[in-house]
Design a binder for this molecule. Structure first.
Ligand code: PLP
Length: 386
């Protein structure tokens, strides 16, 4: 069989197992309602948790930055791509999450690859939650460190693994909010273990930034923790509505990452407009606390509605709410039935989740109306097989 025919075989296999993915094309901007194939769908599939992706104030910030700075950075940050907008954004991020220094990356994926491969080496051991996001897993692999996976959120297992480690450098890596389950990592307990065992804590707050904490400043604010061991990563592409990512950490750790992270060094700097958009998003979170509050209201409403309607939703208190169905084919069928009723709720399947844990994943946004959430609960009660 030729190489091409083999690929065809494998693609057919994905189709048979309900694992083939397709893209749906949006006719307009991201939002609480989107138009797909000529039909308007209530959109419960995006990470635009604060509804900022198409916010007029962020669009204006982008326009202004384009007029002042052009559209492309033109070079890696260490050559000539680092502009005053990048510089200012880094300072604002550091202040926003109460960390000494921050560094902008092209994306969250690139940031996690860069951080773990820069901090880790062949003499390091990386302790990784078994449900971590793909980019933490890939970063750990890339580092050449020994990788020890611990059972999800199991601090006893993590403690034992750290105690048994003879590595020179120890790094614990975890999602702060798990992207497929919506649960929050036990950060204070993990941090205490990192203190005891002289380990870095690489914390991926892609889904906590803008969502958790009294002011929406993220998981560190939620737990009121502060530590010189935390290397904190948050994306700009989720609640902050734009694109890119930043890493915040103590001065020296950031300097090392700047010197050694290959995804920072060998990649074009973020377009300066994205730095401007991100700064404006931080301002909006602080000026307009009603956004974060509205998201919290929708979350509470959804949970209460599901409890009343008997929809078997998890105990998540974040914007992400999985409904476990097990089989990929069942999850796809439920997602299709919801789409037919006007709701976009994605079916999440392997390899995004472990085999046998396919699910619907509802993502709530501040811009959903109370009516949209009520109607979704009713549709879920009808479409989710009991
Ligand atoms: C989305 C996501 C990333 C990647 O961030 P991008 O900026 O989209 O590349 C990293 N970690 C987690 C947990 C994510 O959900």
């Amino acid at each position: 069989m030729s190489a091409d025919a083999r690929l065809g075989e494998r693609l057919a296999g994905l189709e048979r197992e309900g694992l083939a993915r397709t893209r749906r094309t949006l006719a307009g901007p991201q939002g609480a309602t989107v138009v797909v194939d000529g039909a308007a769908l209530a959109n419960f599939s995006s990470n635009d948790y604060l509804g900022l992706a198409n916010d007029a104030r962020l669009r204006e910030a982008a326009h202004r930055a384009i007029d002042a700075m052009g559209v492309g950075a033109g070079a890696s940050p260490l050559v000539s791509g680092h502009t005053r907008l990048h510089d200012e954004a880094e300072q604002r991020f550091a202040a926003f999450c109460a960390m000494p220094r921050a560094l902008l990356f092209g994306s969250g994926y690139a940031a996690n690859l860069g951080i773990l491969a820069a901090l880790g080496d062949a003499n390091a051991e990386i302790f990784s939650d078994e449900l971590n996001h793909a980019c933490l897993i890939d970063g750990a692999r890339l580092s050449r460190a020994k990788v020890t996976r611990y059972p999800h959120a199991d601090t006893h297992a993590l403690s034992a693994a750290l105690a048994a480690s003879g590595a020179t450098t120890r790094i614990v890596a975890t999602d702060a909010v798990f992207s497929m389950d919506g649960d929050i990592a036990p950060v204070p307990e993990i941090l205490a273990l990192c203190e005891r065992h002289d380990a870095w804590l690489v914390l991926d707050d892609a889904h906590g930034m803008g969502v958790l904490g009294a002011r929406g400043h993220g998981t560190l604010e939620h737990f009121a923790v502060e530590s010189r061991r935390v290397v904190y990563m948050a994306t700009l592409g989720k609640a902050l509505g734009g694109y890119g990512a930043f890493v915040a950490a103590p001065e020296q750790a950031i300097e090392w990452i700047l010197q050694r992270a290959r995804t920072y060094i060998f990649s074009t700097a973020l377009p300066p407009m994205m730095a401007a958009v991100a700064m404006r998003a931080l301002e909006l979170i602080d000026e307009d606390g009603a956004r974060v509050a509205a998201l919290r209201e929708r979350i509470a409403q959804f949970r209460a509605g599901c409890a009343r309607a008997g929809v078997p939703v998890s105990a998540s208190r974040t914007a992400i709410h999985p409904i476990l169905l097990g089989d990929a084919v069942r999850a796809v069928a439920a997602s299709r039935a919801l789409a037919a009723r006007g709701f976009w709720v994605p079916a999440i399947r392997p390899p995004s989740v472990p085999d046998g844990t396919s699910r619907l994943r509802v993502s709530l946004c501040a811009t959903h109306t109370a009516q949209q959430v009520d109607e979704l609960v009713r549709a879920l009660a009808d479409c989710v097989p009991g």
